[in-house]
Design a protein. Structure first.
Ligand code: NAD
Length: 350
């Protein structure tokens, strides 16, 4: 049985990916500081598995650890080793993710996202692990209106959050090009993950203030805010509102397993991959689909464009299909239904 270390495994993408890993037969070690997540998320993951008659509590171990602290990280690797298990691969989700906060507190973002990753890479080297999957982001791409973004598209981070992601991508490239040639790395550039597991037992529950489109639509539907603001209806898109590439969180989780297995079974490589559906959906379309699928009204208003916003951000996902033979399966309807189901069943989160 392969042992996978998942940092940030209690967070939104991490918890859904832990579920997929456990279902697919891996032993999972989670590192999380619970800075932006609840310890209950992973209890719920085990509950979902129990409903499927899989009692996998023995296969999941959680370490409360801040990746900024190298000594603590080393202790985690050492503890895993003393139980005669070796970390076969790492999926590195732990990080801070708010663009707005990164502009206010860049030092904190560099410390967690860059220094934390350097600590992890050092520990990984010391304990002789080669397989590393990194959560990057589509924010690393330079603006290109109305064209699909392929991995070859020019790169230009325009805020501290994007800078930290790009810096780690570059660091991985430097390590990969160094002499040892053993590394197997992947940087996954996510587009817009939304939705929740269909059970409604796990979903997105950040401690920080929501500022992404989908959680804001949900909050408005819940009556937690009066109206949903659409920033600009004068973009050069079909209905004037910005277009994004939304991917169901369970498709994203599955994509991680495919990437991991590719690394585990292949020779040394550094794979940079878009993880999106290749389908563009406007904000208005997303909102209307949410209303129709869930039979609920979401009041909205148009307001001015915000500085730095983009009109069109959609993945060219042909590499994902050709490299991994993987195509996201879930529709926008699935994402809207599952996301709302999670929130209805857990109005106060975990
Ligand atoms: P999340 O905030 O739900 O999960 C991140 C997890 O990391 C949380 O559980 C948090 O407690 C933990 N964490 C934060 N700082 C830590 C530290 N110093 N030490 C240990 N753990 C720490 O976010 P998410 O949406 O699941 O995103 C996961 C990763 O994917 C992040 O790196 C994020 O930048 C990246 N990403 C997310 C999106 C998105 O839209 N959700 C898009 C692109 C990239």
């Amino acid at each position: 049985m392969k042992n996978i270390l998942v940092t940030g495994g209690s967070g939104f993408i991490g918890s859904h990916t832990c579920l997929s890993l456990l279902e697919r037969g891996y032993r999972v070690f989670v590192i999380d500081s619970f800075e932006n997540s609840s310890e209950k998320a992973l209890e719920k993951v085990l509950e979902i598995l129990k409903l499927k008659k899989l009692d996998l509590v023995e296969r999941l171990k959680i370490f409360n650890c801040d990746i900024r602290n190298y000594k603590l990280l080393e202790n985690v690797f050492a503890e895993i080793n003393t139980s005669n298990k070796k970390v076969d691969g790492i999926i590195h989700f732990a990080g801070l993710k708010s663009v707005a906060d990164s502009i206010k507190t860049p030092l904190e973002y560099w410390q967690v996202n860059v220094l934390g990753t350097i600590n992890l890479l050092n520990a990984m080297e010391k304990f002789n692990c080669q397989n590393f999957v990194f959560s990057s982001s589509a924010t690393v791409y330079a603006n290109q209106e109305n064209n699909l973004l392929s991995e070859k598209h020019p790169i230009k981070a325009i805020n501290p959050y994007g800078n930290t992601k790009l810096t780690v991508e570059n660091l991985l490239n430097d390590i990969f090009n160094s002499s040892d040639k053993k590394s197997k790395f992947a940087s996954l550039r996510y587009f817009n993950p939304i939705g929740a597991h269909s059970s409604g037992l796990i979903g997105e529950d950040p401690k920080c203030k929501a500022n992404n489109i989908f959680p804001l639509i949900i909050n408005t539907a819940m009556g937690l805010q009066k109206e949903f603001k659409i920033y600009g209806n004068d973009w050069s898109t079909k209905d004037g509102t910005p277009i994004r590439d939304y991917i169901h969180i369970m498709d994203l989780a599955e994509a991680h397993i495919e990437v991991l297995e590719n690394l585990l079974n292949d020779k040394s490589r550094y794979l940079i991959l878009n993880i999106g559906t290749g389908r563009g959906t406007s904000v208005l379309e997303l909102l209307k689909t949410f209303e129709n699928v869930n039979n609920i009204k979401v009041p909205y208003v148009f307001s001015n464009r915000r500085e730095g916003d983009l009109g069109y951000v959609v993945a060219d996902n042909s590499l994902l299909k050709s490299e991994l033979n993987f195509t996201p399966k879930m529709s926008i309807e699935d994402m809207c239904r599952d996301g709302w189901n999670w929130k209805k069943l857990n109005p106060n989160g975990y």
